[in-house]
Design a binder for this molecule. Structure first.
Ligand code: AMP
Length: 411
């Protein structure tokens, strides 16, 4: 394993044309960092997965080393403007303190007199974490006064919350209206990989798409036409394509209203000479349950009453061979219902095939991120995005509001 960044993404070093944290002199300044600490907590309010916290450490440590006074903020869950004790960021403050190996002061709110007093007492290198931004309705409403109140705590604003950069919320698009704003290292890296690698890939460029629905990935597919050399489709979305070609798929998940679109995209890819692969065999069951009877059969022979819930071994072989000569691989969406062991083999086998490839490998966030970790190959992937919805929007070729609002380098 351990071959991360085998192919260095030098071609997209200049993709990110926004100001970054390195453009400011942080010494003695209040550096307000919007992070994405939306991490899972267990019943005892312990952080069960701290990858999102870890991914912002380079930005926080840089600000500490430069002598800034660091004010961190984030949302957690969906309290919808109410103070919900179970969604307090207090457990994140504790974990962060351990990861930084220094004191993290936890503020009881994100704005107001108490917070202002805490901030006014800060010394260089101090770190404060504000309470959940979404306890205040102004955050999701993108309220101007709330943005102004947050901005009053800051000399500089740094956005390192890639997972939330597609939301036009106060801490994402409001605060930068009032203070000089730039990107943190995580935000920059996400754009470099998800935009740079896709717009200017080292070829051959192979995209592997999966997950439940065509509708969720259709805009990504449209954007990839003309950029990729091969498209491999697995997961539930494959069966809409197969049905659109006129075949029966039993009870497999199908979006009837996407049949025409699926056929159109397939034709378009074919016309452009882009190779298009669908599963040739699949694991089927009569119910999506642990312990359900399973069979492996050719895709075109799915019987009535059965659903295709994973790709089969012949498809794993086909897909693995298709990515063998790839120099760039993008993967978004599991190949099957990988949450259940009996339908997880295809997803894990593809995770291994990708990690073995001599290529720049990029994994879109969300479920796929979880799959590569469960497969135990995350260390051998060049880049794993921390954003689900935000990553998809970038792959769709859209600009994210949180990035659009940052000043361009040449400005
Ligand atoms: P998405 O959010 O669209 O990437 O979808 C992820 C979900 O797709 C996962 O929870 C999988 O369980 C589900 N999924 C993958 N393959 C299938 C399939 N063949 N049938 C039903 N659901 C699937």
């Amino acid at each position: 394993m351990a071959k991360k960044n085998l192919i260095d993404p030098v071609p997209f070093r200049n993709v990110f044309n926004k100001l970054t944290i390195e453009d400011f002199n942080l010494k003695g300044k209040r550096v307000f960092i919007r992070a994405d600490f939306n991490v899972p907590l267990d019943d005892n309010l312990m952080v069960t997965d701290d990858r999102r916290i870890r991914s912002t450490l380079p930005t926080i440590n840089y600000a500490i080393d430069e002598g800034g006074k660091i004010i961190l903020c984030s949302h957690l869950g969906r309290p919808r403007g109410n103070r919900e004790p179970r969604l307090s960021l207090a457990p994140v403050a504790k974990r962060l303190q351990r990861l930084l190996n220094k004191e993290v002061i936890f503020a009881p709110d994100c704005v107001g007199h108490q917070v202002e007093t805490l901030v006014s007492k800060m010394k260089e290198g101090d770190v404060i974490l504000l309470e959940n931004l979404r306890f205040n309705p102004g955050e999701e409403e993108n309220n101007l006064e709330f943005s102004r109140a947050l901005a009053s705590l800051a000399d500089f604003y740094i956005n390192d919350a890639f997972g939330t950069a597609h939301r036009a919320h106060a801490s994402i698009v409001g605060v930068p209206k009032f203070v000089p704003a730039a990107a943190g290292f995580l935000l920059k890296k996400e754009i470099e990989y998800l935009r740079g690698a896709i717009d200017n890939p080292v070829r051959p460029f192979v995209a592997i798409l999966g997950g439940a629905k065509v509708s969720g990935k259709i805009n990504v597919l449209e954007n990839l036409v003309g950029k990729v050399d091969k498209v491999l489709i697995g997961g539930g979305m494959a069966y809409t394509f197969i049905k659109a070609m006129g075949y029966e798929v039993g009870n497999s998940i199908v979006e009837e209203d996407m049949l025409y679109t699926a056929q159109r995209i397939r034709r378009k890819l074919k016309e452009m000479g882009i190779k298009f692969y669908l599963p040739v065999d699949c694991v089927i069951a009569q119910s999506v349950e642990i312990g359900a009877e399973t069979k492996i059969i050719p895709t075109l022979e799915i019987p009535k009453g059965w659903s295709a819930l994973d790709i089969g071994p012949a498809t794993v072989k086909l897909f693995s061979e298709a990515i063998q000569d790839a120099k760039t691989i993008l993967w978004n969406g599991p190949m099957g219902v990988f949450e259940i062991d009996a339908f997880s083999r295809g997803t894990f086998a593809i995770a291994h095939a990708i990690s073995d490839a001599y290529a720049l490998t990029i994994v879109g966030g969300g479920d796929t991120d979880l799959a590569v970790h469960r497969a135990g190959v995350s260390d051998a992937i060049s880049f794993i995005s921390t954003g689900g919805g935000a990553a998809l929007q970038l792959l769709e070729g859209k600009e994210l509001p949180g990035i659009a609002v940052l000043a361009n380098r040449e400005d």
